[in-house]
Design a protein around this ligand. Structure first.
Ligand code: TYD
Length: 206
């Protein structure tokens, strides 16, 4: 492992175990005495808060607007003076984000011209591509069961048919836009421990 700090992105369908695995990664770095900043998109910044309202159906916007909002939230996520990922990396933290531009390429491309979504995200890719993107790949039916088990109200993208499409769109996005990036597909259907082990192996290659 070089010294870093690293920027690691965890992508996956809703219910694929991103949160659990991200916490495990933080514990791993902390055990090595290395500071780690956990973050997510949509963010907790005003841009992300507005997106959550849209996802819960409390605001309605055109799908193209939503794509632009995700891209704008990502710009905030990168450049915010204190909470931004660039600031955290400059301060020496490893940064681990739940979701980044591949989520937009997968989820928004279903409704919006994929080339336009890609162009909205070009700045993020040029500014800060991840050192490692882990895709927690899960059978959409299992994903649905896990989401149902959480007992939360379902958000915009959480129907079986949509999850199937999004999973395909993720694979497509990695193939088309992932050039030059280190992207690893992890089978998230395994137990948490096995998934964590696979992730550790990839992180140690950095
Ligand atoms: P998230 O909070 O990660 O949901 P979960 O924890 O259930 O995986 O993301 C909320 C939703 O936002 C999720 O359905 C994916 C969607 N999303 C997009 O459509 N485009 C994006 O660019 C991002 C970051 C998320």
């Amino acid at each position: 492992m070089r010294n870093g700090p690293y920027f690691i992105v965890v992508e996956g369908l809703d219910g694929s175990g991103k949160t659990t695995q991200i916490k495990h990664l933080r514990d791993y770095f902390q055990a090595r005495g290395e500071a780690c900043h956990l973050t997510a998109e949509p963010t907790d910044l005003p841009t992300g808060t507005f997106i959550r309202r849209v996802l819960r159906g409390q605001e309605r916007v055109d799908p193209r607007t939503l794509a632009a909002l995700f891209a704008a939230d990502r710009v905030e996520h990168l450049f915010h003076a204190t909470e931004g990922m660039l600031a955290k990396l400059a301060a020496g933290y490893h940064v681990i984000s739940s979701r980044y531009y591949f989520s937009s390429l997968a989820y928004q491309s279903e409704y919006v011209d994929p080339a336009w979504v890609a162009s909205l995200n070009r700045l993020a890719k040029a500014t800060l591509p991840a050192d490692l993107t882990l895709f927690l790949d899960l059978d959409p039916e299992v994903s649905m069961q896990r989401i149902a088990g959480r007992g939360e109200g379902s958000e915009l993208f959480e129907t079986l048919e949509k999850l199937r499409q999004v999973r395909e769109d993720f694979h497509q996005a990695f193939a088309v836009y992932g050039e030059g990036e280190r992207i690893v597909v992890i089978d998230a259907g395994d137990t948490k421990g096995v998934v964590a082990e696979q992730i550790m192996k990839e992180v140690q290659k950095l």
